[in-house]
Write a protein that binds this ligand. Structure first.
Ligand SMILES: Cc1cc2nc3c(=O)[nH]c(=O)nc-3n(C[C@H](O)[C@H](O)[C@H](O)COP(=O)(O)OP(=O)(O)OC[C@H]3O[C@@H](n4cnc5c(N)ncnc54)[C@H](O)[C@@H]3O)c2cc1C
Ligand code: SF4
Length: 328
């Protein structure tokens, strides 16, 4: 690991001022960052510890909920407001990592966790455009079982691994941030970026921009929501495919719906084509299957991850059926 300086930020202004310099990164729970520093994948010259900032609350705001960026994943998952009003978020968090990791992992850090592409994490032996722009992508033509089929480019096919972010997409969450001279709000669907020609840029955040809160709006579909994750073993494993569904039923018809996929996209993947098919229809398995076909439109696989396309479709059909109140 390279030598770095460390500052425990006493307040927000000092954190943002310190992070605006050179190769500085914020550190929250450290469960992504410290691993990647040890592997010399990330090489910050300074760390700004933000765990002392006053963002550890979960509060009602109007009819919605504001979640501080420093709220631990374990606390968020079991909070009564989340369990009752946003069950998809609770389920997604509880499906991630292990209890010990969730006790450290924060809301802000989870949004910015890095891909688990094995080549990204192996700087001594492999080329990776995300780690070193322009160096090539060892994954394309390599071993791709865990990698993405949606939103891929010829520069990168890495999967975004966050379960929480997929649930947030289905909830129309809004990310609140601070920069040196202003604040801004970013709809979650616009927060992460597909790799395109610049896989090294994973979100719309600017260097030093601090996530302060995630807002969960009050929507008519949030309370009837589910997260279904399919993985190699029942716990402590990343998604091969996952689906977050939130829907509003009125008189037996789907009035509104959000569909998001995980484990298959280069970013937490919203599927508007599927949503369009579902709205105004009576729930049934044929409809869900057509929605799943639409959700995977444009999927591009490699040799080892072809199975993910059908797996994601089946995962979504089951998630829709369970959310609508039946089993397929
Ligand atoms: C073994 C293992 C298994 C895991 N399994 C899963 C899983 O199944 N599903 C899943 O979703 N996740 C999983 N994770 C990932 C885990 O959820 C993340 O590591 C965690 O959420 C990151 O949060 P953190 O607070 O520790 O982030 P940190 O490691 O502290 O930071 C991560 C990144 O976010 C930046 N950052 C942190 N907070 C802010 C902020 N407020 N504003 C701006 N930038 C910020 C940091 O600079 C850094 O770049 C796993 C992790 C491990 C180690
Ligand atoms: S898929 Fe992306 S992260 Fe993985 S090696 Fe290629 S460029 Fe790097």
């Amino acid at each position: 690991m390279e030598i770095f300086t460390y500052l425990k930020a006493p307040d927000e202004a000092s954190a943002i001022a310190a992070a605006n310099v050179g190769r500085t990164l914020y550190i929250a729970g450290g469960t992504t960052l410290v691993d990647l520093m040890r592997l010399e994948v990330l090489r910050p010259t300074s760390l700004v510890d933000i765990t002392g900032l006053p963002y550890a609350q979960i509060e009602e705001r109007g009819r919605g909920v504001m979640v501080g960026a420093m709220v631990r994943n374990s606390d968020l998952a079991v909070h009564p407001l989340i369990v009752k009003r946003y069950p998809v978020l609770s389920e997604a968090l509880l499906s991630g990592a292990s209890p010990q990791l969730r006790n450290l992992a924060t809301t802000g850090g989870n949004l910015l966790q890095r891909t688990r592409c094995p080549y990204y994490r192996d700087p001594q032996n492999t080329s990776c455009n995300k780690r070193l722009p322009g160096s090539g992508c060892a994954a394309i033509g390599g071993y791709t079982r865990s990698l993405a089929v949606l939103g891929v480019s010829d520069k990168c096919i890495a999967t975004n691994p966050s379960d929480m972010s997929v649930a947030l997409v289905a909830l129309d969450a809004i990310v609140h941030t601070k920069r040196p001279n202003d604040t801004r709000t970013i709809p979650i669907a616009a927060f992460h970026k597909v790799p395109g020609d610049h896989p090294e840029i994973e979100s719309v955040l600017e260097p030093g921009e601090l996530i302060t809160h995630v807002e969960l709006p009050a929507t008519p579909f949030a309370a009837r929501s589910r997260y279904l994750k399919v993985r190699d073993r029942a716990s402590y494993a990343f998604a091969l495919a996952s689906a977050a569904v939130a829907l509003e039923l009125a008189g037996g018809t789907i009035r509104d719906v959000r569909v998001a996929l995980g484990g298959v996209g280069t970013k937490p993947w919203r599927a508007p084509q599927a949503e369009k098919l579902l709205i105004g229809q009576k729930p049934n398995v044929d409809l869900f299957r057509r929605a799943a076909e639409a959700a995977l439109t444009g999927a591009q696989s490699q040799r080892d991850n072809r199975f993910k396309i059908e797996l994601a479709k089946r995962t979504l059909v089951r998630a829709l059926a369970e959310t609508a109140g039946g089993t397929p």
